[in-house]
Design a protein around this ligand. Structure first.
Ligand SMILES: Cc1ncc(COP(=O)(O)O)c(C=O)c1O
Length: 360
């Protein structure tokens, strides 16, 4: 069997060793005679799986005792609503930074539940760049400040943690979580869907500072309440147990790679290779300002846009799949999450060089 190099933005590549281990353990998890797929979420076997995942993640990411780890459903999109429902509300204000497609989705949903103040917007900058956090105008009485660490579609990523001027900082890290170390202490809440760097679609990670739970209204329906999840080890109802377990295997795999510093170095090396290939050619281009370029999602266009479909077709013939850019922007996009090996980037770069030689 040949596995393809999958450059999809999500669901995306899962490390081969993780899939092999899930296969090996599928019928009989650790000799208990049951598959994880069949276990009760309240039984002792699943309890031990969930406990290990939480402690492995705490160790890998350095999650301090001040923060709780929740495993939720509904994808990152559900968090666009749960965050204002739990931490803000009608007649109250939350600040948002508008940097692209996903932050705008969060803003759109936020507006239904609280007053949204836009602290900064990349739309005003007229190019593919991120508004410098020094120039953000944050409402200091806002319930939180929301930003998107990596805009998956535009291919723009913040480096470092912005100064929120004392306002609780909330971050969508769906497309760059665990791509390197994170200073969790600086955040009131971090959330991320799993289908990029955490495994498969169906579970959403939320890291929330304990004091934020004090704001959650008891009037909220249980399945929407962070407090309920925190008090019930994320078992308010039946969770996606297998996807949760798979996330645990991904966390162990990252640890085996040498942890987050090692993974970050590889991610930088992979992205650098691809950006260099794009930049040294007149045939390919990437519009994003250099200091805003994402290490995870790299969009590019061809000088002759009419060749795009042919590029994608030829790439597929070479085992390089899911390179089409998001429908809202077109062109191409290579997503280089943790599970994309360096050899995948090498293959893509040699394919691009050869395609240019033949069609440039
Ligand atoms: C940055 C970001 N936020 C939110 C989402 C939405 O995630 P979901 O489809 O899991 O709701 C995505 C999906 O690609 C994303 O990239």
């Amino acid at each position: 069997m040949t596995r393809l190099y999958n450059f999809s933005a999500g669901p995306s590549s899962i490390p081969g060793p993780v899939l092999s281990r899930a296969r090996d353990e599928l019928l009989d998890w650790h000799g208990c005679g049951l598959s994880v797929l069949e276990m009760s979420h309240r039984g002792k076997e699943f309890h031990s799986i969930a406990e290990k995942i939480e402690s492995d993640l705490r160790a890998l990411l350095g999650v301090p005792d001040t923060h709780r780890i929740l495993f939720l459903q509904g994808g990152a999109t559900t968090q666009f609503s749960l965050i204002p429902m739990n931490l803000s509300g009608k007649g109250r204000t939350a600040s948002y930074v508008d940097t692209g497609y996903w932050s705008r989705k969060a803003i759109q949903e936020g507006r239904k539940l609280c007053d949204v103040q836009i602290a900064a917007s990349s739309e005003n900058l007229n190019d593919y760049s991120l508004p410098s956090s020094e120039n953000w105008v944050i409402n200091v009485s806002a319930d939180y400040l929301h930003y998107t660490a990596n805009e998956t579609i535009e291919g723009m990523e913040f480096s470092g943690v912005p100064d929120s001027n004392g306002v609780p900082l909330v971050c969508d890290m769906s497309s760059n979580i665990l791509s390197g170390p994170i200073d969790v202490e600086r955040y009131a809440l971090i959330y991320a869907g799993a289908q990029k760097n955490l495994g498969a679609a169906g579970i959403t990670l939320v890291l929330i500072r304990e004091d934020m739970l004090g704001r959650v209204s008891g009037e909220l329906p249980s399945v929407f309440s962070y407090l309920e999840y925190a008090e019930n080890r994320s078992l308010v109802n039946t969770p996606p147990t297998f996807i949760w377990y798979l996330m645990g295997l991904v966390i162990e795999w990252i640890d085996e790679q040498g942890g987050l510093d090692a993974v970050a170095a590889t991610n930088t090396a992979k992205a650098t290779k691809l950006y260099q290939a794009i930049d040294r050619s007149e045939f390919y281009s990437n519009k994003v300002k250099v200091d805003a370029r994402s290490r995870m999602n790299i969009p590019f266009v061809l000088a002759d846009a009419d060749l795009s479909d042919y590029f994608i077709l030829e790439a597929e013939k070479n085992g390089l799949v899911n390179l089409r850019g998001h429908r809202s922007v077109g062109g191409m996009r290579a997503s280089l999450y943790n599970a994309m090996p360096e050899s995948g980037v090498d293959c893509l770069v040699s394919f691009m060089n050869e395609f240019e030689r033949r069609n440039g």
